[in-house]
Design a protein around this ligand. Structure first.
Ligand code: ADP
Ligand code: MG
Length: 261
């Protein structure tokens, strides 16, 4: 199903963001987003930190969900469990029909092709250009140089950096660097994007542009899990909000607000 895109709002300084639709990136016939299920998930870090205690929720395919809560409430732990950087101490996590609670090390790359990950600090390689940073994600996955030449300009265009592939991270603004990292997260056409505090290093206007980009990616069916403690962002989204408090789900609200003072 194709949906028309809303026009992009934003200040005139905003980099141009191409409409995703004509780029044909997410609307291939086979493209099915998948759901994420946490069943009674507990995570303990030795010796005795209970980062999560009995967390259950289901994120439907194609949803845009914010995970919020104060520092230390367990948000990043939820993110790490979804992309299998950590394993739960008990309970079950399903990505689609796949129970990843005890995922084998050798299967982690297969999972990571379905999940794009975005971090607060961008994690770009400083000695590689924007193009090379994105290309690197394909190289390590063993993709051919022809495929790399096809895909990289495509995803850079999606994030509005079609003209800046030759720049090094130090020659890009924070918002542009985050766009490069989002482009890198898109290279395998992920079914899920998990973003842990992606706007934490950005000013408010740039943050809004990055969130707008996520909503546009979500418009094409990609499930988005946005971890953020930023109340303005959560309240501006009018989407589902799961609030954690001390490792438990304190509330789970459709079109929610960040209620904590
Ligand atoms: N690798 C770790 N080892 C020990 N404790 C950890 C580790 N990672 C997180 N924690 C602890 O788990 C709790 C939840 O952390 P985290 O999920 O990072 O919270 P948030 O992202 O909401 O700030 C905190 O008490 C934190 O100190
Ligand atoms: Mg965190």
């Amino acid at each position: 199903m194709r949906r028309s895109l809303r026009s992009v709002r934003g200040p005139p300084s905003a980099p141009p963001v191409e409409s995703l639709a004509p780029l044909g990136w997410f609307d291939a016939a086979w493209y099915n987003p998948i759901m994420i299920t946490f069943k009674n998930v507990t995570k303990e870090y030795p010796p005795k930190t209970h980062a999560l205690a009995g967390v259950s929720f289901r994120i439907e395919a194609g949803e845009f969900v914010s995970i919020t809560g104060q520092s230390g409430s367990g948000k990043s732990t939820v993110a790490k469990l979804i992309f299998a950087e950590e394993k739960p101490t008990s309970g079950h996590i399903h990505i689609g029909d796949w129970d990843i609670s005890n995922i084998r090390h050798s299967d982690i790359p297969i999972l990571r092709r379905q999940i794009g990950v975005v971090f607060q600090d961008f994690k770009l390689l400083p000695k590689k250009t924007a193009f090379e940073n994105v290309a690197f994600a394909l190289e390590v996955a063993g993709e051919s140089s022809k495929r790399i030449r096809d895909v990289v300009p495509h995803v850079l265009k999606i994030v509005g950096l079609g003209e800046k592939g030759g720049r090094y991270p130090r020659q890009l603004s924070g918002g542009e660097q985050q766009r490069v990292s989002i482009a890198r997260a898109l290279v395998h056409r992920p079914k899920i994007i998990v973003a842990d505090e992606p706007t934490g290093n950005l000013d408010a206007i740039t943050a809004r542009e990055i969130i707008e980009l996520f909503t546009r990616i979500n418009d094409f069916g990609t499930t988005i899990v946005l971890v953020t403690h930023d109340r303005d962002i959560v309240n501006g989204l009018h989407r589902r909000v799961i609030t954690l408090r001390e490792g438990k789900v304190a509330s789970d609200a459709e079109k929610g607000k960040y209620l904590l003072a």
